[in-house]
Design a protein around this ligand. Structure first.
Ligand SMILES: NC(=O)c1ccc[n+]([C@@H]2O[C@H](COP(=O)([O-])OP(=O)(O)OC[C@H]3O[C@@H](n4cnc5c(N)ncnc54)[C@H](O)[C@@H]3O)[C@@H](O)[C@H]2O)c1
Length: 231
């Protein structure tokens, strides 16, 4: 929308430039381009027009494939793109998860590239290196920042109009990195935050208290170590 507004206002300003009005061929070309831009945007050909029922997952490892499977079962989306630096892995996961579609709802699931994810309503980024046994979250950040530098600019350069949901760890830091690398507004770059920490805490307390009402525990606001697992 802002691109169209800026473009039309530019054309409007140019219209009153006496010199240009004298050059009718150039003026016709500018008008034709403006009209084509509006038509393309209407038809959804420009990538900042999102498909509200399309999602994408970048990184098809343990977390990415589980996320994709859950999205398939949720019936919230009708199209799901899987992208991984290992294309064969993305292909394999797309095929496997597609075979569950008959038990859920019609959905197109396929492995794709950055052009395929640009019009998704939401891109979930789970790509990353895994934490080594003696590695801290902060050591891990350097490796994952490098991975993000190869992913986020690819998305941003395609005029992505949806929401980025960051899952890779350290999630808070990588969410900030994604925000900076993408240039997207803050309300469109969201981290999974302490969802997992909260779930683990609820589960551990429920087990300890033999009580299933752990759902009433408020969310955790910081990362911590529960049940000997680093969250
Ligand atoms: N936020 C949370 O609550 C939470 C929970 C669990 C795991 N994690 C994090 O999620 C991330 C993924 O964990 P996992 O167990 O799935 O790891 P994994 O090693 O199984 O999968 C990572 C995937 O990312 C892919 N990848 C690497 N570089 C890429 C690139 N440049 N472009 C596209 N794909 C790329 C790899 O090929 C691999 O398939 C880790 O950072 C992990 O710490 C976060």
């Amino acid at each position: 929308m802002s691109f169209r507004y800026n473009f039309i206002s530019l054309v409007y300003r140019i219209h009153f430039s006496q010199r240009l009005r004298q050059n009718s061929l150039l003026w016709k070309t500018v008008c034709a381009f403006a009209v084509r831009t509006v038509i393309q945007e209407r038809e959804g050909l420009m990538s900042n027009v999102i498909k509200s029922r399309k999602a994408a997952v970048i990184g098809c490892g343990f977390v990415g494939s589980a996320t994709a499977f859950t999205l398939m079962q949720s019936k919230l989306f009708s199209e799901l793109v899987l992208l991984d630096v290992n294309r064969e892995k993305a292909d394999g996961e797309a095929m496997d998860i597609s075979h569950g579609v008959p038990f859920a709802a019609p959905m197109k699931i396929y492995a794709g590239d950055y052009d395929d994810v640009a019009d998704a309503a939401i891109i979930i980024v789970t790509a990353g290196a895994n934490q080594k046994p003696d590695e801290t979250r902060l050591d891990l950040v350097h490796r994952n920042v490098e991975i993000y530098k190869s992913i986020i600019p690819e998305i941003a350069s395609r005029n992505f109009g949806g929401i980025l949901l960051i899952v890779s760890n350290p999630v808070d830091i990588l969410t900030y990195v994604a925000l900076r690398l993408s240039g997207l507004p803050e309300n469109r770059v969201i981290g999974s935050g302490t969802v997992l920490d909260t779930a683990r805490m609820k589960y551990a307390l429920g087990e300890h208290l033999r009580w299933t009402a752990a759902a009433s525990i408020p969310p955790l606001w910081g990362n911590m170590v529960t049940a000997r697992s680093r969250c």
